[in-house]
Design a protein around this ligand. Structure first.
Ligand SMILES: Nc1ncnc2c1ncn2[C@@H]1O[C@H](COP(=O)(O)OP(=O)(O)OP(=O)(O)O)[C@@H](O)[C@H]1O
Ligand SMILES: [Mg+2]
Length: 265
């Protein structure tokens, strides 16, 4: 089981869009079984899949932090995507925001998620990939996710603020992992919403390639900015299913191939 999370410290760069669409491309291989986990109280991934995250009756990622004994099978919604029967999800809930506050004085609070997955290793081993979406902060929930996963994928769009978000994330996470006693698990950086007509686009790629923190992890193919990518969320369907011949779909498939070669996926 590979575990992966999308992150950065700038909002709106396309973390959720990448999470949803790369998972879709990965699911084209029927040998893969993918578990998505929405770690963002905004619930964008849950909404993209078409699930109501204001439903207070349904278990969700928050349940893991509130009730350590919950069975994983009670958390998971199965077969949540049309035409891709190998994708399941642990949804988010708008009250996940409360969990941050509730955990303030809990001992070992950054490791609760890792402990949960460890206790239920056998169950989760049915999945080839567990893929987390996060929001742009390093609060307790995200720390749990970034501590647990083997690989973090940074997502940048073409803006100076996105560079700042990726740099700040890297700086703060490297500080954090020393305390947590793990190795640097930032393994890839994807440029999303790319448009080569924007002057900054090539400079941004060159900049990342000139920086020690990023030059070895920058993913070769950027994801083009396009209405088709935006439509994936409205249609609850990843680009490889919605518009498989679109150039954004081939970019997404190429990225998945590269990440498989690099053993991130
Ligand atoms: N390649 C793309 N082409 C066109 N629109 C895109 C693309 N990627 C993302 N978007 C749009 O940009 C907006 C922000 O994307 P998304 O929600 O994925 O960002 P995010 O990083 O997850 O945001 P947050 O930090 O709030 O979690 C969304 O409306 C999405 O549809
Ligand atoms: Mg998001």
């Amino acid at each position: 089981m590979k575990s992966i999370a999308f992150g950065t410290l700038k909002g709106g760069t396309g973390k959720t869009t990448c999470c949803f669409n790369l998972a879709g491309a990965l699911a084209l291989n029927p040998d893969n079984r993918i578990l998505l986990v929405d770690g963002d109280p905004q619930c964008n991934l849950t909404n993209d899949i078409g699930i109501d995250c204001s439903d207070m009756e349904r278990n969700n990622i928050r349940t893991i932090f509130n009730n350590k004994k919950v069975e994983p099978s009670e958390l998971i919604l199965k077969r949540v995507l049309d035409k891709l029967p190998n994708v399941d999800i642990i949804p988010s809930n708008i009250l996940l925001i409360k969990t941050e506050m509730e955990l303030v004085s809990t001992a070992g609070r950054e490791k609760l998620l890792a402990n949960y997955f460890d206790r239920n290793k056998e169950f989760f081993s049915q999945y080839t990939h567990v893929i987390f979406d996060t929001n742009p902060n390093l609060g307790v929930i995200n720390q749990n996710i970034f501590y647990f996963v083997e690989s973090i994928i940074l997502v940048s769009d073409v803006s100076l603020n996105a560079i700042q978000g990726a740099e700040l994330f890297t700086f703060l996470w490297e500080e954090n992992i020393e305390d947590l006693g793990i190795r640097n698990n930032i393994k890839a950086l994807i440029i999303n919403n790319f448009d080569k007509r924007i002057n900054l686009a090539k400079d941004l790629q060159d900049y990342y390639l000139s920086e020690d923190d990023f030059k070895d992890i920058l993913v070769e193919t950027p994801i083009p900015g396009s209405v088709a990518m935006k439509d994936t969320s409205l249609n609850h369907s990843p680009i490889v299913v919605l518009q498989p011949t679109h150039q954004a779909a081939s970019a997404v498939r190429k990225i998945v191939k590269e990440l498989i070669l690099r053993e991130v996926f």
